[in-house]
Design a protein around this ligand. Structure first.
Ligand SMILES: Nc1ncnc2c1ncn2[C@@H]1O[C@H](COP(=O)(O)OP(=O)(O)OP(=O)(O)O)[C@@H](O)[C@H]1O
Length: 259
């Protein structure tokens, strides 16, 4: 069931997680986690509440250090690989009342690793391209606090894209956004994968995960299964590991395909 992947080399901007264990507040939240995301792959990280999805993203971002195991991005530990990383956090974690325009919020995300250096033409161009890719060019001068939920999600995606990342991490990108924004995201993620971006997203939206992801990684403190959506077609696996109802769209779609 587990897909084979080439080990990322220093030139390869993919992700390699090997044998990761994390303890928080005295509880082992993750153990023996192995996961690879190669350039051009879109991997959906799926699991029930408390499975450790956000904790794994935090380990990849270098926001926590695993007890054991390694995280490598383009062959580097997370702290040495920030230039390769784009991160789309959940919307509620962002300071939307900060008095800043869409264009400035996106440019700032590009400049954050530049330690106070002035924006160059290339930075402004990259930020403008990112704003255009999420369809917000007409709203570039609007304060971020005046945006709708879907528009806010687009800003967060543009902030990640402005860094032109080799590895893009998204935390619940489809939650609380309208259908046009969902459609934009699905198309955009497809384009990014074609361009060679390695993409890892957490999601509870199994239908969208199935539509977007080339692989699904079922996590429940460790990797329960990992493979293409069509390879994870055993309802018993989902029922046993995740308590997913048989009426769930993913299973329905899988069953239809199998017949
Ligand atoms: N700082 C912390 N201290 C102690 N326990 C924590 C801490 N952060 C998270 N946990 C616990 O770790 C487990 C995994 O949490 P995590 O947020 O990674 O799960 P998740 O899969 O992202 O869940 P959800 O789908 O609800 O977002 C949970 O049991 C949570 O209570």
């Amino acid at each position: 069931m587990r897909a084979d992947h080439e080990n990322p080399t220093p030139e390869n901007p993919g992700l390699q997680v090997s044998g990761v264990a994390v303890t928080l507040g005295g509880n082992q939240v993750l153990h023996d986690v192995d996961l690879a995301v190669a350039p051009g792959e879109t991997v959906g990280l799926i699991g029930p509440n408390g499975a450790g999805k956000t904790t794994l993203l935090r380990a990849v971002l270098g926001l926590l250090t695993p007890d054991t195991g390694t995280v490598r991005i383009a062959g580097e530990p997370p702290r040495g690989a920030r230039g390769h990383l784009g991160y789309v956090p959940q919307k509620h974690g962002f300071a939307w009342d900060f008095p800043i325009t869409v264009a400035a919020a996106v440019l700032n995300a590009r400049m954050v690793t530049r330690w106070g250096g002035a924006a160059r033409r290339a930075d402004r161009d990259a930020a403008a391209r990112a704003v255009a890719r999420v369809g917000l060019t007409d709203l570039a001068g609007r304060p971020i606090g005046a945006l709708s939920g879907g528009q806010r999600q687009r800003v967060l995606v543009a902030r990640a894209l402005a860094r032109e990342p080799g590895l893009l991490l998204l935390d619940e990108p489809f939650t609380g956004v309208d259908v046009p924004t969902q459609e934009l995201l699905v198309g955009l993620l497809g384009q990014l994968a074609e361009e060679g971006t390695a993409i890892l997203m957490t999601t509870h939206d199994l239908a969208q995960a199935r539509a977007v992801c080339t692989r699904l990684c079922l996590l429940n403190r460790t990797v329960v299964a990992d493979g293409p959506p069509s390879g994870l077609d055993d309802p018993a696996l989902w029922l046993r590991a995740f308590g997913v109802a048989e009426s769930e769209l993913l299973l329905t779609g899988t069953a239809k395909e199998a017949t």
